[in-house]
Structures are given as C-alpha cells and as structure tokens.
Design a protein around this ligand. Structure first.
Ligand SMILES: [Mn+2]
Length: 323
C-alpha cells in the first residue's frame, strides 16, 4: 500500500466536486495528511501555488481545463509531478489538440460525472463499494445519472432514498456557494458515508434553497430580455445556472444566459437545448474575444469584462446561426 505525507485535494465546489473530494478523502484517510480546497478553472493555477508546497501530492477533481491557461497549467503540473504525485480526474471536454501533462496520473472521460470517474478509479484501488452511493449523489447532482455505471449502481441501493439524499446535498450546496468552510465540513461528513438527510444544517440550507429557487423562477419569467436566439437575465436572485435554464425555457429560445455582476466582471452561466454544443462555441469565442469560456455541451460558463458583453451576445448569436 501507498503511504504519502501531505495530500492536497483541489475540487469544484458543486455537488459533483464535493462528492469527488469526499471519495478521495475517504481513500486517503489512512495514507496521507489530507486537506481539501475549492477552486475553479480560472483560479486553479493560483490556488495550486497558494495551497501546495513542493513535494505535496496533488489531487485535482472536476476542474475543467481553461482554454487560455492550458499551456501554463500543463507546465505547472509537470513541475509539481517531479516532486510528488499528481492526479487529475475530470470529465469536461478538453481544449482542441490538448495533450495531457507528462508524468501525472490523468483520468479523463466525458462519459460521466467526476464522482463516477473518481469512484471507479478508487474502487479499482480498493475503496469499499459502500461508497458507491457517494458517487451516485455526485452523478445525480451533475445530471449525469443515465450512464451504465449509475444505472447498475442504483440497483444496489434504494433509488428513491438515493435521490432524496442527492437532492438534499446538491440543493444544500447550491445554497452555500462561496461558503468554503461549510463545504469542507460536508466533504468530511460524506467521507464517513453519513447521510446528507441527517445533517441538519445541510437540510435547512436545501429547504431554504428550494424557496429561493421557486421565487427566482418567477422572477426570471418576469425579467428576462431577448436578444436573437438568446434570453438573458442579470443578477437573478438565486443560482445563475438554474436562472439560465429558466431564461431559456420561458424565453422560448435556444440558449439561456444568467449573469452575475462582480464589479466590472460578468460571470455568466449558459444553458442550451441540446441543439448546439455550447462548449465548442464558447471555446471558439474564448480564443476570438480573449475571454474565459467553456464547459459541457448543454451547460457552460464564461467570464468576461462587462464592456465586452454586447459583443459577446452578437458573436454568440452569429455562432448559434452557423452550426
Ligand atoms: Mn462535474
């Protein structure tokens, strides 16, 4: 068995990332002194440098490779891998022509959630199948619950109970977006395979979130703006991912956008109907406009200066007309 000294887990802060991090924490518990941090594609290199010292072992889960930072990230990871173990587990589509860093353990597949990939990777290494349900919560949370593994694994549990637990977890985390301290306690809690429904604070936050989401649904209906094939809202009173989806539905358009204004920065969530591959479109726009963007075919994100937003809308509409 492998014994390591210090391990750092860098994960996405949503349900899929939290479940992936929990599985890693469980597996590493008797092998390594492990700390968990939350990050995102654009912040990854900075957070890596801030949280990790030379010789630490690094596990990165559910973090997409940003188009603009890809080269620097590859160099950084290769540098880290000369001194310690580096494991990268992800399911987001890669930049065109991307070559994985050399010398690291690279687990990548767009087939399924990061939680599923993490569980299957660790199960091979001896993680107990009692943790299969933690993998399921993450998969459901990322809407990736129709893979062959998920379908089979669901039969080992009670389906209705698994969905209740996954719902409490993903909604509770949605209501804790930048509360990294709380999310760390959830990772720790799940790493013991305890039920989300038995974690009072998480349940309270999930119920509060249900109320917020319902009010936001109505708010989006009344406040959306249409620009060509796009419907959008700015600063919705709740999750921007969900607001983007409601904008798409109530706008009767192909793509919904929701924007969170952070001073001069627009953090944008996009949801599509499946007709277009949003990831590919955003990666092209990212190169063309020099902005950050990418994600999944149906659900993606972008970050850009507010001053570029109108141009972004125009260019996005053009591309929606093309493919
Ligand atoms: Mn994910």
């Amino acid at each position: 068995m492998l014994y390591l000294s210090n391990c750092i887990v860098l994960a996405h802060g949503d349900g899929d990332g939290v479940c992936s991090a929990s599985l890693l924490l469980t597996y590493l518990r008797d092998k390594c002194n492990t700390r968990v941090f939350f990050t995102h594609p654009v912040g990854l290199i900075g957070d890596l440098r801030e949280t990790t010292k030379p010789g630490d072992n690094v596990f990165i889960v559910d973090i997409a490779i940003d188009e603009i930072m890809a080269n620097e990230l590859v160099k950084t990871l290769e540098e880290y891998s000369r001194q310690g173990l580096v494991v990268y587990i992800d399911h987001h589509p890669l930049p065109e022509g991307f070559e994985p860093p050399r010398g690291i353990e690279w687990v990548h597949n767009t087939c399924c959630s990061a939680s599923e990939l993490t569980y299957r990777y660790l199960y091979e290494k001896g993680l107990s199948n009692e943790y299969g349900r933690v993998g399921l919560y993450g998969a459901i949370s990322d809407y990736l619950d129709e893979t062959p593994w998920v379908k089979e694994e669901l039969w080992r549990w009670d389906k209705r109970m698994i969905y209740l637990e996954a719902g409490v977890l993903s909604q509770g985390l949605e209501g804790s977006r930048r509360d990294h301290e709380f999310k760390r306690t959830v990772v720790e809690y799940l790493s013991k395979n305890a039920l989300p429904s038995q974690y009072q604070e998480l349940v309270a936050r999930s119920i509060k979130q249900a109320e917020i989401d319902e009010n936001m649904r109505i708010w989006v209906k009344n406040n959306l703006k249409i620009h060509g094939k796009i419907a959008y809202v700015i600063n919705p009173p709740g999750s921007i991912g969900r607001a983007a989806n409601y904008a798409r539905i109530y706008g009767g358009v192909e793509v919904g956008l929701a924007i969170e204004e952070r001073r001069d920065l627009y953090v944008i969530s996009l949801r599509g109907s499946g007709k277009h591959d949003l990831n590919t479109i955003l990666r092209k726009l990212s190169r063309k406009l020099g902005i950050h963007g990418g994600g999944h075919p149906f659900a993606a994100g972008a970050r850009l200066p507010r001053s570029l937003f109108y141009l972004f809308l125009v260019e996005l509409n053009k591309m929606l007309g093309e493919d």
